[in-house]
Design a binder for this molecule. Structure first.
Ligand code: 4AD
Ligand code: MG
Length: 462
């Protein structure tokens, strides 16, 4: 059986060979004595134009009845195309209908709104845009693995189910097998967590970082790349309840080493994606965001600007801009501030370092000023924060008091603290939101349209 993809068939050196095209009809045009079938198998942006005529076996019985959405198999020959914009077309000697009539197929050859497409997430991968997004996600994933392998980071598989809140922000989904309506109770009447599956309360992870630190303090450099979950009720175009995060962690790294790594990393991933997704990127540039390729090239070429949070606040205060949210030392930067800094002020990616301890997680390394921590956010145009990371607190006593200071219980983090008892070393790591970087590359406005199956408050249908 032939398994040649349309991508490979369109990439053949010369016309003339036999072949089999299998896929789904994006559109059909029946003219007098000839039918044109635009067949896509998802392997690339372009479909194969399959031409059938009365000499084609199954012409009257199959081809003339075909409509958009049908799945077909065509046998025939690859020929030079007389049409503009395509190299080859396919002259069918036989066409088979594989899967039935596809009546009332909801996707037609016109532009559907992304809102509508989200309601048919089982079919939207067949559209140009979502197909391109999915191929780009694949290429970017591979580019990420290749970057870290080159830099001698080991891929570490951190757990999805966890007992600890890695961000200390209390935004975790509970994982339980206790009957929701009638859970077992202890003598005091509280739910008896000891009788839950793991003998204690467990959750979906918000970040693989704490376990990545375990890995880094043994293998020196590791990264995780997996799904993470946040039960935050933010209905924005940049937030998902389930998203994929890339988290490198490196022993003997300080904040400046980490910022260097983040810069090399983004440049390398963008170079690879531009290289491997030429057609898909051309599509995004034409149809979604006219600056898409330019923006990526800008990241590749420009050295990242580095400024401290303190400087960032003072620049924002002096900017004369009317922001919706207030700016001041001790306040988190909002997306409008992030975007102004990177888009208007410097015009390239910005690494904002040394944030107030009060607005950052417990595990970050305290700076000597007693006020800030060695944290960094990497900001890019269009999206804002794409990476968040820090040098970690490796001093046992300082970490313990930071955990207490945030109202958390040191005993819950005993093994994390143990890492500071047995061979502690300075180390650092960051988290990249995979969907945020895909948003940046594609220019897609809503994060729900750059993941195959978005999970947001009130939505988990597909
Ligand atoms: O800044 P965050 O919360 O950092 C951490 O979780 C660290 N433990 C990472 C580390 O140091 N290993 O999240 C990291 C990145 C953000 O910069 C953002 O790109 C993305 O994850 N992110 C989200 N993406 C989509 N939806 C959400 N709800 C996100 N929350 C964070
Ligand atoms: Mg962050």
């Amino acid at each position: 059986m032939s398994t040649e993809s349309i991508r490979s068939m369109l990439g053949r050196d010369a016309a003339g060979g036999e072949g089999v095209v299998r896929g789904w009809l994006r559109s059909v045009r029946h003219a007098k004595g000839v039918s044109f079938l635009d067949v896509s198998d998802g392997s690339c942006m372009d479909g194969m134009q399959v031409v059938a005529n009365p000499e084609t076996e199954g012409y009257e019985s199959v081809v003339r009845a075909l409509s958009t959405g049908c799945s077909i198999e065509a046998r025939g020959e690859v020929v030079e195309s007389p049409g503009k914009g395509q190299h080859f077309e396919f002259h069918a000697s036989e066409v088979l209908l594989v899967g039935g009539a596809a009546e009332d197929y909801p996707l037609q050859k016109k532009r559907h709104s992304f809102e509508f497409l989200r309601t048919i997430a089982h079919l939207r991968p067949r559209t140009n845009t979502i197909g391109a997004v999915l191929r780009l996600r694949n290429a970017a994933s591979m580019a990420i693995h290749e970057f870290f392998q080159r830099e001698e980071f080991f891929y570490l598989h951190t757990p999805i189910v966890t007992a600890s809140d890695a961000e200390g922000a209390g935004e975790m989904f509970r994982v339980t097998t206790l009957p929701v309506g009638d859970p077992p109770r202890d003598e005091g009447g509280s739910v008896d967590d000891a009788r839950d599956f793991f003998g204690r309360p467990t959750y979906l992870t918000v970040s693989g970082q704490l376990e990545a630190e375990i890995g880094a303090l043994a293998l020196s450099r590791v990264y995780t790349f997996g799904p993470t979950f946040r039960a935050e009720n933010s209905n924005t175009a940049r937030h998902l309840a389930e998203f994929w995060m890339v988290e490198p962690e490196a022993a003997f790294y300080d904040l400046s080493d980490l910022a260097d790594l983040a810069e090399r990393f983004l440049k390398s991933v963008f170079e690879d994606v531009l290289d491997r997704c030429e057609d898909d990127m051309a599509f995004f540039e034409k149809r979604i965001e006219s600056q898409a390729i330019e923006r990526m090239k800008n990241v590749i070429d420009a050295p990242f600007e580095r400024i401290s949070y303190r400087e960032a606040v003072s620049i924002l205060e002096r900017s004369g801009e009317k922001f919706e949210f207030p700016v001041g030392f001790g306040l988190d930067l909002q997306s409008e501030h992030e975007r102004w800094l990177t888009e208007k002020h410097v015009g390239c990616p910005v690494v904002v370092t040394d944030w107030p301890a009060t607005i950052k997680a417990f595990y970050m390394h305290r700076n000597d000023d007693g006020e800030t921590v060695a944290a960094m956010d990497v900001l890019v145009g269009g999206v804002g924060e794409i990476i968040g990371g820090s040098q970690r607190e490796h001093r046992l006593d300082v970490l313990e008091s930071a955990i207490r200071g945030q109202g958390l219980e040191p005993d819950d983090y005993w093994w994390y603290l143990d890492l500071r008892r047995f061979g502690s070393v300075p180390h650092a790591g960051f988290g990249l939101g995979f969907e945020r970087i895909v948003q940046f590359m594609t220019g897609m406005a809503n994060i729900r349209d750059v993941i195959p199956f978005p999970r947001v408050p009130g939505q988990a249908e597909f």
